[in-house]
Design a protein. Structure first.
Length: 117
């Protein structure tokens, strides 16, 4: 089981998505409960949308080329772990689950766009 922890001051996370209007991110910049992301540090390993699909074993094979920056309030509940191989992808990246979601104005909108390949 993945241990539950809370965010610290200044922590930054990143969500990669194939969609500019990701349905896990609300218009007010909050996150829906159960939203997956990664740490800012691990996101540095991703140069393209295809890299994101492989590293985070995403179920959608389309390039996850939209990069959302997440700056949660301190003490936001998260779970961290390592992505296991799935969907014919190797995994291996750090995954973070925002168990209860995150407050408004947590996500910087619009997202950055990285190359597809």
């Amino acid at each position: 089981m993945i241990a539950t922890e809370t965010t610290k001051t200044g922590e930054v996370f990143v969500r990669f998505s194939a969609f500019q209007n990701d349905n896990r991110i609300r218009e007010d910049g909050s996150l829906r409960p159960g939203t997956y992301a990664t740490t800012e540090e691990d996101a540095r390993n991703v140069k393209t949308g295809r890299d994101a699909v492989a590293r985070y074993a995403l179920s959608n094979p389309q390039p996850a080329s939209y990069r959302f920056t997440i700056r949660p309030e301190i003490d936001t509940v998260i779970q961290k772990g390592i992505v296991q191989p799935a969907f014919e992808q190797p995994g291996g990246g750090v995954e973070v689950i925002f168990k209860d979601g995150a407050a408004p104005n947590t996500v910087t909108l619009p997202p950055d766009k990285i190359p597809d390949e």
